[in-house]
Design a protein around this ligand. Structure first.
Ligand code: R5P
Length: 294
């Protein structure tokens, strides 16, 4: 078995150090800075020859991060790394998985082709699989898809005694149902119609028991539009204040304000993207993924 080396950038050091410590391997940092004209300056000061490189690389808000990733992957190859395993806890460009209007490109496919041509294996957590059913449908490299469900269920069991889980849309059912089963809680699934980036309309099935703590579970919080729409309906129906749990706290610049305005006080997230709401640690989940590498 070739020697493994965990490689990361400065911006996800805490997670990188945790993983490296558990694996009892070294964590090396790639220097990435911007030149004044915003071109990337990259420096790799350590030896990668013949090593299996576990490259922990965040790809939330992806565009400025993609070109440096390509340069890093090319450099690692040039320096004769044995393999490049990209660990990106949040996988972007999964939501444009269909051409809804004529001329719209299916960026999920193009992005998959791009990553597949620079790294050898991809490890990620709860990618937004909806019309694309599995990453193998669009990635040509081996992919390892991990699920935070058991960690979320564990958090619920430890913190909430009487919960009602709510999935905001039909596509969430596939995995929110797993959380409900593991946490042994009832579950309802709403219907969602999206009218634009921030405008969504939700309908909640009728529920007579409004005494349980509603826990809204969604894979991504981006604009916060979905959470806010759901929190408003729950309020109209006299539910207690909800707790929101998300895997990926993507948060655009307006999300926090919208969420506060909707009166949502508690949001909990997994640390797939560094954020103040991070409370569910996915280090061990990533370790499970690393064990699966062939
Ligand atoms: C989409 O279908 C996802 O599962 C999320 O519900 C969505 O991405 C959340 O985005 P936003 O916070 O902008 O409503």
């Amino acid at each position: 078995m070739k020697e493994k080396l965990l490689v990361s950038l400065q911006n996800n050091l805490a997670l990188a150090q945790n993983i490296a410590k558990q694996l009892k391997i070294k964590n090396e940092i790639i220097q990435l800075q911007n030149f004044p004209d915003e071109e990337s300056y990259i420096r790799i000061e350590f030896d990668v020859k013949d090593k299996v490189i576990l490259l922990l690389y965040a790809l939330d808000h992806p565009n400025p991060k993609i070109l440096p990733l390509i340069f890093i992957a090319k450099a690692l190859r040039h320096l004769k790394a044995n393999k490049i395993i990209l660990i990106t806890p949040y996988l972007p460009y999964m939501r444009q998985d269909k051409s809804f209007k004529s001329g719209e490109i299916i960026s999920a496919k193009f992005f998959a082709e791009l990553l597949s041509s620079y790294v050898d294996t991809l490890i990620t957590i709860d990618p937004h699989l909806h019309r694309i059913k599995t990453l193998a449908d669009i990635y040509t490299i081996p992919t390892i898809t991990l699920h935070a469900t058991k960690y979320i269920a564990e958090w619920i069991k430890q913190h909430i005694s009487s919960a009602l889980l709510i999935g905001p849309d039909e596509e969430s059912e596939q995995w929110v149902a797993d959380v409900a089963k593991m946490a042994n809680t009832p579950l309802i699934i709403c219907k969602k119609i999206r009218y634009g980036n921030k405008e969504v309309k939700l309908t909640v099935p009728e529920i007579s028991d409004t005494t349980k703590t509603p826990i809204i579970i969604d894979d991504i919080v981006s604009t916060g539009g979905t959470l806010c729409a759901l929190a408003n309906i729950l309020k109209e129906n006299h539910f207690p204040k909800p707790i929101c749990i998300t895997v990926h706290a993507l948060y655009d610049q307006t999300a926090q304000e919208a969420i506060s305005k909707a009166g949502i006080e508690t949001i909990i997230s997994c640390n797939t993207i560094p954020h103040v709401s991070n409370q569910i640690d996915i280090t061990h989940l990533i370790l499970e993924g690393i064990k699966e590498i062939k």
